[in-house]
Structures are given as structure tokens and as C-alpha cells.
Design a protein around this ligand. Structure first.
Ligand code: GAR
Length: 196
């Protein structure tokens, strides 16, 4: 299963996927390339460290989405790697219908809350500020509704009374680092079905 990873930041989740592949723990998944809208993102360093093509692509003038022209370029560049799966690992832009159609039913996203609670930005902070006692992370299929596609799997994290935001962030990230590579592995061996 050819996989490409898209991310905008630190890339700790991409790193866990790349490490899982190196350790033989990623089933039949093969990471072909890593794409980022941020030239200096940590995710680019992780890609290079694991010997994968690290591709920066400009997103255009908007902060929260790709502009039309960039989107066409992104589609073309990603299609080159013939991915059966596109993984959004901390990719912070909303993808529009042309992109979604190009990789229909093949895009998954990682979100740092138990959806449908706390969609959008700062999922961990939203949960912390609300005062929930259980939060976690979700991997879901991507559709036109932001953080609204079908849930694939989730991991729960208990919020202790003495947890501050940083402690909760660390716990949610730890859960993400277990969940996302495992979902990729299970998809690659057919243990989780792709949508029809
Ligand atoms: C992760 O916590 C991921 O759930 C979140 O960004 C972080 C990326 O961390 N994604 C979103 O909030 C998407 N709406 P990383 O760059 O270290 O993998």
C-alpha cells in the first residue's frame, strides 16, 4: 500500500509512522513521500532522516486552505507517488473538493480529541478548557465536513484532576503515536476496510 504523509508542523506522528515502517511494524504499508506546506517544519527533517522524499509545496496566500492553483500542483505532485492512502498527520489546512475527489476515500486524518467533540483547531485545549474527564484522539476518513468524516478508530485518555494543559497534551500525543501507525498498519493488511 503506497502511502504519502502530509503535515505542517513538528511531525512527531509522521516520525512514529516512519519508525514503525523501519521496524517492520507497518504491515504492507510503504511510505513513499512526505509533503509539507511549511518549508521549515520538523516533519521535513524526519522524512529526510528516514530517507524519504521531503517535498515542500507552497500553499498560496491563504492561511487555512490551499488556493486553487496550489491545489492543482499538490494533486499532481502527490499523484506521482500513486498513493493508495494519504495520511494527514498534523496537516493544518482544509482540503477542498478537487483534492478530495483526486484521492477519494483514500484520505485519513488524525485529530486530537474524541470526535465529534471538539473539532477544529486546538482540540486538546478545547477539551481541557471544557473540563472533560476523558478525551483522546481520533483517526477518521476525510470528507468535505471539517473533522466530520466517518470515524476509523479512537483512543481515550483520562484527564486527572491535577493535569495541566501540557500534561494533557503529552498524554494525547502519546495516544496518537500508538493509534495512527496502528490504523495505517491495519488498513494496509485489510484488517480495516476502505470505504466503498
Ligand atoms: C497532532 O496532535 C494532531 O492531532 C493535530 O496536530 C498535531 C500534529 O503534531 N492535528 C490537528 O489538530 C488537525 N486538526 P505532530 O506534527 O507532532 O504530528
Amino acid at each position: 500500500m503506497n502511502v504519502v504523509l502530509l503535515g505542517s508542523g513538528t511531525g512527531s506522528n509522521a516520525e512514529t509512522i516512519l519508525r514503525a515502517e523501519k521496524n517492520g511494524d507497518l504491515g504492507d504499508a510503504s511510505i513513499k513521500a512526505v509533503f509539507s506546506d511549511n518549508e521549515n517544519a520538523g516533519i521535513m527533517d524526519h522524512a529526510s532522516h528516514y530517507g524519504k522524499p521531503a517535498r515542500f509545496l507552497s500553499a498560496g496566500p491563504f492561511k487555512t486552505k490551499l488556493d486553487g492553483e496550489s491545489e492543482t500542483a499538490w494533486i499532481k505532485e502527490i499523484e506521482f507517488y500513486e498513493p493508495q492512502l494519504v495520511v494527514l498527520a498534523g496537516f493544518m489546512r482544509v482540503l477542498k473538493p478537487p483534492f478530495l475527489q483526486a484521492f477519494q476515500k483514500r484520505i485519513i486524518n488524525l485529530h486530537p480529541s474524541l470526535l465529534p467533540s471538539f473539532p477544529g483547531l486546538n482540540g486538546i485545549r478545547q477539551a481541557f478548557d471544557y473540563g472533560v474527564k476523558v478525551t483522546g484522539c481520533t483517526v477518521h476518513w476525510v470528507n468535505e465536513i471539517v473533522d466530520g468524516g466517518a470515524v476509523i478508530d479512537q483512543a481515550a485518555v483520562r484527564v486527572q484532576n491535577d493535569d495541566n494543559l501540557q500534561a494533557l497534551e503529552a498524554k494525547v500525543h502519546e495516544a496518537e503515536h500508538r493509534l495512527l501507525p496502528e490504523v495505517v498498519r491495519r488498513l494496509s493488511i485489510g484488517e480495516i476496510p476502505f470505504p466503498r
